[in-house]
Every structure is written in C-alpha cells, then in structure tokens.
Design a protein around this ligand. Structure first.
Ligand code: XIL
Length: 325
C-alpha cells in the first residue's frame, strides 16, 4: 500500500503490539469517506474510537430523535476491518444538546435521561466496543476541588459518576469501564488528584477497570518523563489498565523544521515511556492527520498529528516508529 512504500516501516499497530499495546486513532464520520484518510487507519491501527459521533449531542439532537447513522458507520468500519473499538463517551460536560441544557428537568428526570442514554448506547455497540470512557473529564482542572462542576454535576451531584459506571456495567457486564481525563504531567502538575478520584470510585465498589490519559500537549510544554512513569506505576498499583487515549502535540504557527523536530521528540518520548510500562495497553492519537484534526480550525496553532495535511508521514511518525522498533 501507499504508506508502506513511503516509509518502509511495519504498521504502527504491529510495532506497538511488540510492547503490549494497541495503536489507534480517533476517526471522524466525515473524514472516513476520504480514501487516503481511511487507508492510514486501515493500515496503521488495530484500535479506533469515534471522535464525536458517539457523544450525547450528536447522538441525540432532539429528545425524541436519535441520530445513529454516523456512529453506526464508524462502528461498521471497525467491524469490517477487524479493529477493536473504544467507546467515547457516555457522559461529558461538552457537546450536550440544547433541549437537555435548557430543559426544565428535575434531578430524577436527568438521572432517567442519563440512564436511558447509557443503556441504549452501550447495548447498541456491545458487539464491537470493548471499553467505554464512561464520564469524560470529571476531575476539576482549574482549582483544587475534586469534581468538575458540569451540567450533570449540578443536576445530579457527584454521584452521577458512580451511577453512570453502574448503568454501563449493567448494560454490558463484560465491557471495560474507563475513567478518561485531561492530564498534563508538565512542570508543576501531576496526576495526584486523578489517582485519588479513581481510588474513591474503587473504595465505593464502583466498576472501573482503567484510566484514559488524554495527553494534549504543545511542543513548548513537554511532559516530564519521570512523572509519566510514576503515574503509570500508581495506576498499576491500583490494579488498573492505562490507555493513552488522545495524544496530539500542537505547534504554535508558523511551523518550522525545528518545531517539527521538537514535536517528533515529544512524541518519541511519550511513545517510549508508554511502551516501557506494562500497565499501558492502548496508545491512541486524537486524529492521525493534520488534514482533519480539529485544531486546524484555529489560526494560531495546530499541525498536531503524525501525518500532514497531504497524508504524508511527518518526522513525528518516524520518531514513534523508531521508539517502538
Ligand atoms: C473534540 C473533537 O475533536 C472536536 O471535533 C469537538 O469539536 C470537541 O471535542 N478531549 C476529549 C475529546 O475528550 O472528546 C475532545 O474532542 C478533545 C478534548
């Protein structure tokens, strides 16, 4: 295939597998119809996740209208191409529909809406989705409080998190339930609060099997390697799997060769750290190509992916391949 002749490297999923991890990307319901976009996913990935199609708002634009088609299309892509699929995400502070946010719902009604949403969605994809990011970004990141004060938190309280996990577990008892959250691991930041958050769930016997670490980095604020490894140790000691779920590394424009090199080094270091730890079982980037990454809507920064806007591999792609070879 085209990618093979371009790089001469084995697919990234094969290289990742040698280190006990899968490799994958977030796939977009529009972009997947592009041949070059799709060819990279088919060749390089053994795991995929829907970028937006399985979020609450896209799935349920009106109270009585479910919009399954884009999500079904991505699930079918995974089925046909034998890819594992991660589910993203059942409950989130963003991308909720107007009818929900502006509706005049009592606490119990919101619980019922959340429960119905989780059951319908988890059951529909249980043959193809092996793990779900249950509540996305529930930990507060701007101050010392534990819970992000989202719509769900305001309406239901922090117990919406344990409820969501219990409903998802009931809907598909063999599904792995992941707590996916923003982490940075740069200077002056560590994942202590996230560890405490997950530990509290475990103390309450809430089904939780792993953590998803998003990893949205910029080249000027690289993570500290010891912190990454410490974090993996801490989650491993809680008996949890670690998925790297959303890696991307933005560049402040203009892009230069030097910045692309810095980007490659950051990708390589993270790829090496993850590969060196047996708790890390999945390694996903949040979109594989600059052609369709959501940062490209921004005029000041972007070009965060392993493949460029013309679907050519960037220095960062070679760096990741080298890290795992
Ligand atoms: C982003 C999508 O990539 C965008 O297209 C959308 O406009 C907003 O959401 N953390 C997450 C992802 O968990 O779901 C977000 O995805 C990026 C940040």
């Amino acid at each position: 295939m085209a990618q093979e002749s371009k790089t001469g490297k084995p697919p990234l999923w094969q290289l990742a597998n040698q280190h006990g991890m899968g490799f994958g990307t977030a796939i977009n319901a529009h972009a997947i119809s592009n041949d070059e976009y799709r060819a990279i996913v088919e060749r390089e990935c053994d795991v995929v996740v829907a970028e937006n199609a399985m979020k609450f708002g896209p799935l349920r634009p009106q109270r009585e209208t479910w919009n399954w088609e884009p999500a079904d299309r991505l699930a079918d892509f995974a089925r046909k191409n034998n890819k594992r699929m991660r589910g993203h995400t059942l409950v989130w502070h963003a991308m909720n529909p107007k009818w929900l946010l502006e509706g005049d719902f009592e606490r119990q009604e919101v619980i019922d809406i959340m429960r119905e949403h989780i059951f319908k969605t988890v059951e529909r994809y249980k043959d193809v989705i092996y793990c779900w990011d249950v509540v996305n970004e529930a930990v507060e990141r701007t101050d010392s409080s534990m819970y992000h004060d989202t719509y769900w938190n305001k309406k239901i309280g922090p117990e919406h998190i344990s409820m969501a996990h219990r409903y998802a577990h009931e809907a598909d008892p063999k599904c792995k339930l992941i707590h996916n959250d923003w982490v940075h691991e740069g200077e002056g930041w560590d994942s202590d609060k996230l560890c405490r958050f997950v530990q509290e769930l475990q103390d309450d016997n809430v089904p939780v099997h792993g953590v998803g670490l998003q990893y949205h980095f910029g080249i000027t604020e690289p993570p500290v390697m010891e912190k990454l490894l410490n974090t993996y140790d801490r989650f491993a000691s809680l008996g949890l799997e670690v998925h790297i779920t959303e890696l991307d590394v933005f560049i402040d424009y203009p892009v230069t060769d030097e910045k692309l090199e810095q980007q490659a080094i950051l990708y390589k270091n993270v790829a090496k750290a993850a590969a060196s730890h047996k708790a890390v079982t999945e390694f996903l980037v949040w979109g594989h190509t600059d052609a369709s990454h959501h940062y490209q809507r921004d005029k000041t920064r972007g070009d965060a992916c392993l493949w460029d806007e013309d679907y050519n591999p960037k220095p960062a792609y070679y760096a990741v391949a080298d890290a795992w070879s």
